[in-house]
Design a protein around this ligand. Structure first.
Ligand code: AMP
Length: 397
């Protein structure tokens, strides 16, 4: 059984074909700058990576190009019939969807209702689904939500202390995101620990970052909120700040709601403090060379993650394992070390030598990097596999 996994963004389309007989990715790539004159697609299969420069005025042409390439010279299928189902990454399930779902007209209508909760991503996600329904009639499509894994949060964790009517009328509450990553990594952690009866903290640290507390396999708190802006300091997002600072800056800088939204989502975080760019590899290098601003950025970022770990250890009533994933979490030993520094009181003791060797020797896989009571793991996330597994589970009958 082969599953096509699609992630439709506003001007991009990421795709993978996963063979469920061995859970291996057989083809993958990305269509970028869709709708512009220099749109292009990368395609990787059979160990070869190629670039296809092709006009892709809309996502429909992009999906069509993906399907043709999958059947082409370096293809992985002979006909579309070999694709059994399509799994779509969808940003917002709100409270409507607590699990992945087979797409029907009724489901599509419900997804439309969630557009106001994710105005940047939801239209592109829905467009990707509709395009597949048109290009591959009769093929089952499944929506896999970034929010679903966090639907187990208790109400006292997901409610904001705003007037209750905002929850009832506007659906304002914490939803959490990166759910497929938190699900995958927490499942791997419980498998490695050999028991589901566990208290695990997952740190997904990348351009977007979030952290979650998972007890006995269920998420009980997470750092992102109504939108992905809440929580940790990220590449270009500010994360938690005093809400009154938003009003103050808007007033003093004479900014509109849209301008402030861009300011907090695209101009803050690592970029806002470091100022050169939002690439954490540069921050890390400059920090190691003693650059003052890079040091401030590095210290702010790691301090805030450490605070969340302490907070979630209290939420969980202890911690058995801490897992690092995402571009920064998987690759930056010095960041993992700094975050864990000072957490010895919890039983966290990093194996510093091995932790730093992972980066220098480019060690791969799921690795234990601690010596203390609390297990600390570096685990590569695999969001596409979760999407493919859910799609398989929901469509196999
Ligand atoms: P992601 O969004 O998960 O792809 O992660 C992207 C982020 O990971 C970027 O900020 C990269 O600079 C960062 N990153 C990747 N490799 C490293 C590394 N070896 N050290 C520090 N940051 C890294």
């Amino acid at each position: 059984m082969k599953i096509l996994v699609l992630n439709s963004g506003s001007s991009s389309l990421k795709y993978q074909v996963i063979d469920m007989s061995n859970e291996k990715t057989v083809a993958e790539g990305i269509c970028e700058r869709i709708g512009t004159a220099d749109s292009e697609m990368t395609y990787k299969a059979h160990g070869n990576k190629t670039k296809v420069e092709h006009g892709m005025p809309t996502h429909k042409e992009a999906i069509d190009l993906v399907l043709k390439t999958l059947q082409g010279e370096n293809g992985v299928i002979k006909s579309i019939e070999e694709i059994d189902a399509v799994g779509h990454r969808v940003l917002h399930g709100a409270e409507t969807f607590k699990d992945s779902v087979l797409i029907t007209e009724e489901v599509l209508a419900k997804l439309e209702e969630n557009v106001p909760l994710g105005p940047l991503h939801m239209p592109a996600n829905i467009m990707g689904i509709k395009n597949c329904m048109e290009l591959m009639p009769g093929k089952p499509n499944v929506a896999v939500f970034d929010t679903a894994f966090h639907q187990t949060l208790p109400n006292y964790a997901y409610m904001y202390p705003l007037p209750y009517q905002d929850y009832e009328e506007l659906r304002v509450r914490k939803y959490g995101f990166h759910g497929t990553s938190h699900k995958y990594v927490s499942q791997r952690a419980t498998e490695i620990l050999g028991t589901k009866e566990s208290k695990v903290i997952i740190c997904h640290l990348g351009n977007g970052s979030s952290i979650s507390a998972v007890k006995n396999g269920e998420c009980i708190d997470t750092s992102m909120g109504l939108t992905p802006l809440e929580g940790l300091m990220m590449g270009t997002r500010c994360g938690n700040i005093d809400p009154a600072a938003v009003l103050y800056v808007m007033e003093k800088r004479n900014m509109s709601i849209n301008e402030m939204d861009t300011y907090m989502n695209k101009k803050s975080g690592i970029l806002g403090i470091y100022e050169k760019n939002s690439d954490f590899r540069n921050v890390r290098d400059d920090y190691l060379n003693g650059d003052e601003r890079a040091t401030l950025t590095f210290n702010m970022l790691t301090y805030r993650i450490k605070q969340y770990i302490g907070s979630y250890a209290a939420t969980l009533g202890g911690v058995d394992a801490i897992c690092f994933t995402g571009g920064i979490g998987e690759n930056s030993g010095v960041t993992r070390e700094k975050i864990c520094e000072g957490l010895e009181f919890l039983g966290v003791e990093i194996d510093k030598e091995f932790n730093s060797r992972i980066e220098t020797e480019r060690l791969d896989g799921e690795l234990l990097i601690s010596k203390g009571k609390v297990k600390v793991y570096r685990i590569n996330t695999n969001e596409e596999l979760v999407i493919a597994e859910d799609t398989y589970r929901i469509t196999k009958n």
